[in-house]
Each structure stands twice: as structure tokens, then as C-alpha cells.
Ligand binder design. Structure first.
Ligand code: MG
Ligand code: ZN
Length: 374
């Protein structure tokens, strides 16, 4: 009799723990690299005056300066958002003294979360790498690839295959990771079909191509130019596939999705390139919002690491959805960038704050979500 009561109690307690665990919120962090207000506004006016961000609940502004420079780079800004500390430009996952930092992705893993990273750059580029690497120089891609092997990330999508299998040290990290349970795919259909819990989807050997001037370019650089036309941009579709996979793992998840090349259009002072990259990101935001609205336990935060190009809209025409940008610099600028939030505890992201607060706010959601419910 006593035994049965203890057993029953055990089941009640363990069920309670389980049911609470299952309510931890999913976190979707979306970073438009170089996406200041002008990039968003340019995309909006080029898109019949509509932008997916209009559906968000709260808006904030983030101060982007790095530890050693008013104008940040993506490494210092990525580290601030992923790990909560201002550091020097070019530094990933280390504070300004060089001490390693634990990223929000890694903290989520400790709490039983599944994780994923998606980028339209190579997957070891500063923004995605800020979530798993600790290194003093962002361009040391082969070392960052080595750190990726220890990251335990379930799904990653982006370029950079060459840093895994054509290395100076002759290691084949793809083979090593395969031995450790990863599967690798090289096109979106294989990615969608693959049922593994650990998948790397390489979209390019180096940096992926992009959608540009109404043409969807191949995301395999080695494919012939004639085959480029009519392809799908991969960000929205791979995001949809990844959300489905994460959901099927039946655990809370953290995912960072980056529109990497908005920044590259800004560096090139190329309005069409910049806007095309924003619009691909915008389509991805729609996919994410649709998921979050249905799921009801997903926090979505969309922001930027910095503005690029000092872009301004100097004229345009609403009826034909045309705009004309001018640029002040081929580099980044120090303007604050907007933060859009949606979902449980989204109100935490309103106001004006340092970019390190993005980490702190996400951390408080992950750690204190139970308190926030009451
Ligand atoms: Mg980036
Ligand atoms: Zn840049």
C-alpha cells in the first residue's frame, strides 16, 4: 500500500516536472546583418509599402557600439547579443579580457533545448559563429569549423563546406562529424527529406550566392551559370523545414536565423542587392511569424547587428514601388538598430538599451519563464 502511494506520488511529481519542461518557450532570434531602418524602409517601399515586421507586438532600439569602437563589426555585435558582453571588433565569444563566454545557444542546450543556425553566408561567418565559437579572430574559419564539431547544434544551414573538408591541416571534419552522428546534405529537397536529428546542409563551398535583380541564383557555386535562373532562395524554405524538424524533436528549441547579405549589399552601396536580401529576409520573417502565431509558445526577436552603408532614401515613388538610396560610406555605421518582438514576454524588448541586453532579456525568458506566467 505504502509502496503504491510512493509510486503514485513519483508519477505525479515526474509528470509535473515533465509538463513544465515541455512549456519552456521556443526562441527564434532573427538577425538582419546591416539591417538599419533605411534597409527596412527601402524594402518596405519596394514591396507595395508592406513589411512583415508590421505584425510584431513591441519595438525597441539597440545601441550597437563595441568595446573598442563606436562602429561595431558583426563579431563584436554578435558576441554582445549571443553572450551579453561588449568585446573588441573581430572577437567572437570572448570578453574584452579574452575570457570565454557562454552563449545563449549553449545555455539553452544545458536546459534541454534543441538548437539550429541558419545563415545566407558561410555558417562559420561572424554572426552564426558568435553563437558557438570562442576565438579572438573571426576570420580563422578552420578553427571555427573545429569548434563547430563540439557545438552539439542539431541543424545548421549555410555555406563554408571548404573549411570542413579542404583544410590546411588535411582533416576532413565532415567525415569526423559523420562518425559522430551528423548527416550532411547539399540541396534543399534532401534537407527536407532527411530525418536525422543532426544535419549539416551546406549551401555553398565558400560564400553562398544570392537572389539578385529578380533572379534566384544558385546556392552551389560550382553549378553552371545557366542553371542559376528560377531557383528558390533558400532562407525561407530552409527555415520552414528547420522549424518542422525542431518541432518534431518535441523539445523546446533555440534557433538563430541570419539574413547575412543585407550587409554585403550595403558594403557594395548597391541598392538592389541590399533590398533583394532584405526581401528574402522579410519572406523568412513571414514563415517564422506564421509558426509562432500557431505555436503560441514561441518568442520571436528580429533585430540587426548594426547598420551598413549609412543608407538614406533620397527619393522614390509609392505608386510604382520604386526608391532611390544614397550611401554615406562603404562601411558600417553606429546608428541604433530596431528590435521587433513577438510572443510570450515580448514586452521585455521595448525601450532603448545596449545590444548586450538582447542576451540578458533572452536569458531571463529562458530562466524565468515560469515566474513571468504568474
Ligand atoms: Mg553576418
Ligand atoms: Zn559588414
Amino acid at each position: 500500500m505504502k509502496k503504491n502511494i510512493i509510486l503514485a506520488l513519483f508519477f505525479i511529481i515526474s509528470f509535473d516536472v515533465f509538463s513544465q519542461e515541455s512549456e519552456s518557450p521556443n526562441i527564434i532570434l532573427m538577425i538582419g546583418d546591416g539591417m538599419g531602418l533605411t534597409q527596412i524602409t527601402s524594402g518596405m517601399y519596394s514591396n507595395n509599402n508592406k513589411v512583415a515586421l508590421e505584425d510584431f507586438q513591441y519595438i525597441g532600439l539597440s545601441k550597437t557600439h563595441s568595446y573598442d569602437n563606436l562602429v561595431t563589426d558583426s563579431a563584436a555585435a554578435g558576441t554582445a547579443m549571443s553572450s551579453g558582453k561588449k568585446t573588441q571588433n573581430y572577437v567572437l565569444g570572448l570578453d574584452h579580457m579574452g575570457n570565454p563566454l557562454k552563449s545563449i545557444l549553449s545555455i539553452c542546450q544545458d536546459k534541454g533545448y534543441s538548437t539550429a543556425l541558419i545563415a545566407t553566408s558561410n555558417i562559420l561567418h561572424a554572426t552564426p559563429a558568435a553563437f558557438f565559437a570562442n576565438i579572438d579572430y573571426r576570420y580563422n574559419y578552420e578553427s571555427i569549423a573545429d569548434q563547430m564539431t563540439k557545438s552539439g547544434i542539431n541543424y545548421f544551414v549555410g555555406g563554408g563546406e571548404q573549411y570542413f573538408n579542404s583544410r590546411k591541416d588535411k582533416r576532413n571534419i565532415i567525415n569526423e562529424m559523420t562518425e559522430n552522428g551528423y548527416e550532411f546534405v547539399y540541396n534543399i529537397s534532401d534537407y527536407e527529406k532527411n530525418k536525422s536529428n543532426y544535419i549539416g546542409f551546406f549551401t555553398a563551398k565558400g560564400e553562398p550566392y544570392y537572389s539578385y535583380k529578380g533572379v534566384n541564383y544558385s546556392y552551389r557555386e560550382d553549378e553552371p551559370v545557366e542553371d542559376f535562373k528560377g531557383r528558390e532562395s533558400y532562407l525561407a524554405r530552409s527555415t520552414e523545414a528547420t522549424l518542422k524538424k525542431l518541432k518534431e524533436l518535441s523539445k523546446p528549441f533555440f534557433i538563430m536565423i541570419e539574413g547575412s547579405q543585407i550587409d554585403w549589399g550595403g558594403h557594395d552601396n548597391d541598392q538592389e542587392y541590399m533590398v533583394s536580401q532584405f526581401l528574402e529576409f522579410n519572406e523568412t520573417i513571414k514563415v517564422v511569424l506564421e509558426f509562432a502565431k500557431k505555436d503560441k509558445n514561441t518568442v520571436v526577436v528580429v533585430t540587426a547587428d548594426h547598420e551598413t552603408g549609412g543608407a538614406a532614401i533620397v527619393r522614390g515613388d509609392l505608386s510604382s514601388s520604386t526608391i532611390k538610396n544614397r550611401f554615406a560610406t562603404p562601411n558600417h555605421t553606429a546608428s541604433m538598430v530596431p528590435v521587433f518582438s513577438f510572443g510570450p514576454n515580448a514586452h521585455l524588448f521595448k525601450g532603448i538599451y545596449e545590444n548586450t541586453e538582447i542576451f540578458n532579456k533572452l536569458l531571463s525568458i529562458v530562466e524565468k519563464w515560469k515566474e513571468f506566467l504568474f
